[in-house]
Write a protein that binds this ligand. Structure first.
Ligand code: RTP
Ligand code: MG
Length: 147
């Protein structure tokens, strides 16, 4: 079993798309292992997208990711990274085919609604970044919370 990190970006949260996106992952056969709403600050956004630091769109990307609440999720399943990327669709919504999340919900590459890890290594890095110490907990069915 593999895990991947998926995030509904601020435009997707503002537009009320969390439910639809969660539903698509459930219908595909993924198991939800963690979910939380958070307002990403600039240091976290810069670490998350560190590989794009030198790109001309980096500043705009960080502005966008920090512009409102995002919904961070851990999804588990067979070939989770690749299956999630195919549900999400191509980076540029112009190329994303209808039926994919970006194909159905986005028009512009700069606000393409959802993020999905690009490799199992990226997934584990991003899960640690967003879920921290508690990340290990999400590996298996969550234990009951005791008060
Ligand atoms: P993501 O990381 O968000 O899941 O997207 P991705 O793997 O499909 O694409 P990636 O190359 O990692 O790019 C990260 C985000 O940067 C924005 N972008 N803008 N203006 C541009 O040419 C451009 N190229 C990429 C997109 O919002 C993309 O999701
Ligand atoms: Mg990427």
């Amino acid at each position: 079993m593999e895990r991947t990190f998926v995030m509904v970006k601020p435009d997707g949260v503002k537009r009320g798309l969390i439910g639809d996106i969660v539903s698509r992952f459930e219908q595909k056969g993924f198991t939800l292992r963690g979910i939380k709403l958070l307002h990403i600050d600039r240091p976290l956004a810069e670490r998350h997208y560190g590989e794009h630091r030198e790109k001309p769109f980096f500043g705009e990307l960080v502005d966008y990711l920090t512009s409102g609440e995002a919904c961070a999720m851990i999804w588990e399943g067979q070939h989770a990274v690749a299956n999630a990327r195919s549900l999400i669709g191509k980076t540029n919504p112009v190329e994303a085919v209808p039926g994919t999340i970006r194909g159905d919900f986005a028009m512009d590459v700069a606000s393409n609604v959802v993020h999905g890890s690009d490799s199992p290594e990226s997934a584990e890095r991003e899960i640690s970044l967003f879920f921290g110490e508690s990340a290990a907990v999400y590996m298996f069915p969550n234990p009951p919370i005791t008060h």
